[in-house]
Design a protein around this ligand. Structure first.
Ligand code: ATP
Length: 506
């Protein structure tokens, strides 16, 4: 039988413990569950656990009650451990990352040096067999110990584990599960921690005395709450579908094809088809890039998560990477999903200017993730500016790059019809054609603005029917972007040609 993600993770850590790795950093969303794992490893290795918790001091690992030790600084705790003749068992250092962060008010170089001294002693002394766990929301290893630590992200339960939890719950609470409904229930619970799942199952069970497909909405709304707690991720709700896009045929056909693969992923993989990774859409503002991201989620019938790269940046060293890692892990846990990265050029502007700068490190982290991610996440990245780091444009990162530009006359006609229909309005084919002609330099968003203004004018005039004059006035009032930034636009269009980027429109 295949191992679950948690089992694989636990086996990996066990191997490091058995080979006497002194320093293991565990980044976790779920401290309770992580403690259960540490307890299990301790039992397997016959190790006693001692815990020092930032802000509290020495605590009893199980009850978390403070122990009566006067010195509750990390440096004091480490000196205490070093003063013992032998160092053995597990030492859990909880939430100590601010102590190792230079910008943090808690920064303590002495504590970092003492930790280094302890690690060196463990590496060289035959009598010492201690494993130190750094447990917290992020990995923060003092620079002087960078190479000595192994880092693990404690995984959230995978589908198999959630199914196990569900069956266990049904058996304890004595209700029957409809096996046909199990996959949907499991999908709705993905992205939640073990404890959260148990609590949620209990809550749902109080209402109906069982768990069924009827509880899926509750689970999804709970998940949305969790996503909301992550400042960088947002679950985008939307009703946009394929019929809302006018034109961009090459892109929409390509997306539909990838959507068909995604909906039968296991079958497609068995046949030798690769999991679609994602698409990069660059191009002019207001020409439908964001709209495409929303429509992709509807084509794929998957939740849409928007990752705001701007809010990933934090003020402490390592904070930005931790934020990005957290947001990506949460997306992995929620997968299958569509992950939308908006305004890519803003987040990664300045990449490569200095090697050590945060943007470059974040960019590197993101590229590696994009390359190595095996979870069913379809990434849709959008950017106004083609002057992106060339690594992003290289094949293999995204499955394809498209550029969107101003709509052709035929596309303008379609966009007009879409926005008129949204307002329950209709014009004759002749009127549509002549209006599309007049809106030569208009982006999709400009056309939408014209329709809005014309409909508003018709209302204010007290007239039920739209007339050509309403549109002519609106067209006069709206300054299309193409006119305002024509130099920049022709520069971009040249660049698309130079990089042979595929046009979104046929
Ligand atoms: P930006 O780069 O400024 O974010 P964008 O390319 O993402 O722009 P959208 O936000 O998708 O543009 O477009 C704005 C609005 O314009 C859309 O919500 C939609 O109403 C309308 N629009 C743009 N392009 C189209 C289109 N091809 N078909 C229908 N509506 C469109």
């Amino acid at each position: 039988m295949d191992s679950t993600a948690q089992e694989l993770f636990s086996e990996k850590v066990t191997r490091y413990i058995k080979s006497f790795y002194p320093l293991i950093s565990l980044s976790t969303f779920e401290e309770f569950h992580t403690d259960e794992l540490i307890q299990k490893w301790a039992e397997e290795n016959d190790a006693k656990i001692r815990e020092w918790s930032n802000g509290v001091g020495w605590v009893d690992f199980k009850s978390k009650r403070p122990l009566n030790v006067s010195d509750n600084t990390l440096a004091g705790a480490l000196s205490f451990v070093l003063d013992n003749d032998r160092q053995e068992g597990f030492l859990v250092l909880r939430d100590v990352w601010p102590v190792f962060q230079r910008e943090s008010p808690q920064y303590d170089l002495q504590a970092a040096l003492l930790l280094k001294k302890l690690v060196r002693r463990l590496q060289t002394s035959e009598d010492s067999s201690m494993t130190i766990f750094l447990v917290g929301a992020r990995h923060e290893i003092p620079l002087i110990l960078e190479k000595d630590a192994v880092r693990f992200d404690v995984p959230l339960p995978d589908r198999k584990e959630i199914e196990g939890l569900l069956h266990e719950h049904a058996s304890v609470q004595q209700y029957d599960l409809n096996e046909d409904e199990v996959p949907d229930i499991v999908t709705a619970l993905q992205g939640l921690g073990e404890r959260e799942i148990e609590q949620l199952l209990n809550r749902a069970c109080i209402i109906n005395a069982n768990i069924s497909r009827d509880d899926v909405d509750l689970f999804i709304s709970e998940k949305e709450q969790i996503v909301r707690r992550n400042a960088a991720l947002e679950m985008v709700e939307g009703s946009e579908n394929l019929g809302d896009i006018g034109g961009l045929d090459n892109l929409t056909q390509w997306l539909q094809r990838k959507g068909r693969i995604f909906s039968r992923l296991a079958e497609a993989n068995d046949f030798g088809v690769d999991t679609p990774k994602g698409v990069l859409i660059v191009g002019m503002p207001g020409c439908g890039k964001s709209l495409c991201a929303k429509v992709t989620a509807s084509i794929f019938k998957l939740p849409l998560l928007r990752l705001d790269l701007g809010s990933v940046f934090g003020k402490y060293l390592g904070e930005s990477e931790a934020n990005l890692r957290r947001a990506l892990s949460l997306s992995e846990a929620i997968s299958p999903c569509v992950l939308w990265l908006d305004e890519l050029e803003k987040a990664f502007a300045g990449v490569g200017q200095t090697n050590a700068d945060v943007t470059t490190r974040l960019f590197g982290y993101f590229l590696t993730w994009l390359q190595e991610n095996t979870k069913p996440i379809f990434v849709i990245a959008t950017a106004n500016n083609i002057e992106l780091p060339p690594e992003l444009l290289r094949r293999g990162r995204f499955d394809e790059t498209f550029f969107v530009t101003f709509p052709t006359k035929k596309e303008r006609e379609k966009i007009l019809k879409i926005h008129l229909k949204k307002r329950s309005k209709k014009l004759s084919d002749n009127d549509i054609q002549s209006l599309a002609e007049k809106m030569d330099m208009f982006a999709g968003s400009d056309i939408e603005a014209v329709v809005k203004e014309a409909v508003e004018a018709a209302f204010v005039d007290g007239k039920a029917a739209l007339t050509a004059k309403h549109f002519d006035d609106a067209i006069k009032n709206i300054k299309p972007l193409k006119k305002m930034a024509s130099d920049l636009i022709s520069k971009y269009e040249e660049m698309y040609k130079k990089y042979s980027i595929r046009p979104a429109s046929s």
